[in-house]
Design a protein around this ligand. Structure first.
Ligand SMILES: N[C@@H](CCC(=O)N[C@@H](CS)C(=O)NCC(=O)O)C(=O)O
Ligand SMILES: [Fe+2]
Length: 353
């Protein structure tokens, strides 16, 4: 059984988000999505042609706001988190042993409390992978000094649930603060300094009571929002509507369709970043386009007005994507790339000369 698997990262809170999908049915789930990266995650789902069935949060996070509600608003995905989390607004309140299926695959939710009361570990299929949230970290363990943390409970969760999985089962945690990406049950059972090797419960509790970590910076905002599954309204005013129906790509660039540009030609400035010979070559150019070759764009950006949004264009939409990057760097914030460039423009029979 093949699977689509991606490990995504939020640098601010060092959080990992996991995308899992069945390549045949295109059904996908996301574990621990981050609010600020919902656009990125939605772009990846769209580009990989996946349908997001469900988001799963391993627990009520203290260090970032979940993207669960925002992704639900955009994609219709359902929100899953444990009933024991104390959160409201979920569609699926998980209990120990529940399964979430996506195509031929499934995740089994196992209660692993101790970092918080509602922590769950999600075990894939025949225990190939386990998403341990903040119960077991790579050579670490989730702190037990806030929310409902309890080191005795966490010890029992890790030893009794996670360490009873097969040694080869890969461990994917919710965070890593050193950039470590994966481990395995056998490896952590032997080498985890807090709970591996010969450590017993007393050793573990003694270690955990003396971490002396500062509280997460986003904690005061994150916990109340996550108790509502990252409810968009609880987070205040929604972001301003975009100036056009932009499509954000996983590459990090806003794109706009040729049809929209053709219908709104007077409302935007069109900047063609090709070379002069291409501008008058076989593909021609969009009437009223300003020619500024990509290599001259940083120096000549000042020639563009700040009154209208800018649409960049090239042959295929590649160099013009970099045009967007350069114009943003030059201080323009309403900039988008013409999707598919002149090739797409001509293919649609839109006017050129
Ligand atoms: N300085 C970090 C705090 C990170 C933190 O406290 N992480 C929690 C997970 S929510 C943890 O369990 N850390 C365990 C550890 O670092 O050993 C931040 O501001 O986000
Ligand atoms: Fe946490």
């Amino acid at each position: 059984m093949t699977i689509v698997f991606r490990q995504l990262f939020d640098a601010r809170s060092a959080t990992y988000t996991y995308l899992l999908a069945d390549p045949r049915t295109r059904d996908a789930v996301l574990i621990d999505p981050v609010f600020e990266h919902a656009r990125r995650d939605a772009a990846l789902l769209r580009e990989l042609e996946l349908r997001l069935l469900c988001t799963l949060d391993t627990h009520v996070h203290a260090d970032h706001v979940t993207g669960a509600s925002l992704l639900k608003a955009w994609t219709g995905s359902r929100i899953a988190i444990s009933a024991a989390s104390g959160a409201s607004g979920m569609d699926i309140a998980l209990a120990d042993g529940d399964r979430i299926a996506f195509g031929e695959h499934s995740l089994e939710a196992r209660a692993t409390p101790g970092h918080t009361n509602g922590c769950m570990t999600f075990v894939l299929d025949g225990a190939r992978m386990a998403f341990t949230g903040d119960a077991l970290l790579i050579r670490g363990a989730g702190r037990t000094d806030f929310q409902q943390g309890d080191p005795h409970t966490l010890y029992r969760s890790i030893v009794g649930v996670i360490f009873t999985l097969p040694d080869e089962c890969l461990i994917f945690p919710a965070h890593d603060y050193r950039g470590l990406t994966a481990s395995s049950v056998g490896e952590e059972r032997r080498h985890n300094p807090r709970i591996g090797g010969m450590r017993d419960e007393h050793d573990f509790v003694g270690y955990m009571r003396n971490l002396h970590l500062p509280h997460p910076k986003q904690m005061d905002a994150a916990v109340p929002a996550n108790l509502k599954c990252g409810d968009v309204e609880a987070l205040g005013a929604p972001p301003e509507r975009a100036w056009a129906p932009l499509r954000y790509t996983y590459a990090g660039i806003d794109e706009i369709d040729p049809e929209w540009v053709a219908e709104h030609r007077d409302a935007v400035q069109i900047v063609d970043v090709r070379e002069p010979d291409e501008f008058v070559g076989a593909l021609g150019h969009i009437p009223a386009a300003t020619l500024i070759p990509l290599s001259e764009l940083p120096q000549r950006a000042g020639e563009l007005g700040g009154d209208r949004p800018i649409v960049t264009v090239c042959r295929s939409g590649g160099r013009s994507a970099q045009g967007v990057v350069l114009l943003k760097k030059a201080g323009f914030d309403k900039v988008a790339n013409l999707a598919g460039g002149m090739l797409a423009w001509r293919e649609r029979g839109l006017p050129a000369r």
